[in-house]
Design a binder for this molecule. Structure first.
Ligand code: AP5
Length: 223
């Protein structure tokens, strides 16, 4: 299965991409996670993207496409991919299409998660993340088993720098502007599929999996 997961900040892209990996065996790549990892390592790429990511602005298109092309190249072909947070603009979508065409790996679909804005704000302001392994939690809806500690590696959870109320509003505004041309691009290419992103993450995942099955994107015998 080759899909991109689209949706505003807080739509649940990261949480659902992780479930696609753990339950369906489809590897996922998240631009946000790649950038945050590089920032933490203080690598040359991390230094280039830090000011955009911390302030909730978009990293320039050409750089994002280059970084993702290099990560995609390292993925084993037969297992497919779920891309989370990429593409985010029409230009990035065009860049991705060129890369995939070159490799003969066309996209199956662009899955757009819809959610009301007040729900997005609630999700982002209650999010806690593991700075070590990147796992995602929520103060109310996806609590860790032990208060304040990551279930997977026991590291104390933190609030992402870009989850401050002012930055959340800015990210949502930037996304509103970039999203229409992106959605139009995939709609015109007959690749757009909308999934209702409201409700618990398990419920949304079941909706998504139904779509994958209906479209025949899952390999026989999986999930
Ligand atoms: P990125 O990390 O991709 O952030 P984002 O798109 O703003 O998305 P989020 O991670 O905030 O939300 P999400 O939809 O993944 O939701 P999540 O599952 O975490 O990017 C960060 C930054 O990097 C960008 O601002 C930009 O600077 C840069 N960047 C990245 N990609 C780029 C690109 N392509 N081009 C340019 N720049 C780029 O869920 C949120 C919370 O809600 C969690 O706490 C979760 O536990 C909870 N939750 C989720 N779903 C549910 C549910 N169904 N029920 C209950 N709780 C839920």
């Amino acid at each position: 299965m080759h899909i991109v997961l689209l949706g505003p900040p807080g739509a649940g892209k990261g949480s659902l991409a992780s479930l696609c990996h753990s339950r369906l065996g489809v590897p996922h790549l998240s631009t946000g996670e790649i950038f945050r990892r590089e920032i933490a390592r203080k690598s040359p790429l991390g230094r280039r993207v830090a000011r955009y990511v911390t302030n909730g602005r978009l990293v320039p298109d050409a750089l994002v496409v280059e970084v993702m092309a290099s990560h995609l190249r390292q993925q084993p072909r037969r297992r497919g991919f779920v891309l989370d947070g990429f593409p985010r603009t029409r230009r990035q979508a065009e860049g991705l299409a060129r890369v995939l065409e070159r490799w003969g790996r066309p996209l199956d679909g662009a899955v757009y998660l819809t959610s009301p804005e007040d729900l997005l704000v609630r999700r982002l302001s209650g999010r806690r993340v593991c700075p070590r392994c990147g796992a995602n939690y929520h103060l109310r809806t996806m609590r860790p088993k032990r208060l304040g500690l990551c279930d997977q590696c026991g590291t104390p959870l933190v609030t992402r720098k870009d989850d401050q109320p002012r930055t959340i509003r800015k990210r949502l505004a930037i996304d509103r502007k970039a999203c229409k041309p992106l959605i139009d691009y995939y709609r015109k290419g007959k690749l757009l599929y909308r999934v209702n992103g409201a409700g618990y993450v398990g419920t949304v995942f079941v909706r998504m999996r139904k779509l994958f099955r209906r479209q025949g994107w899952l390999r026989r015998g999986r999930a």
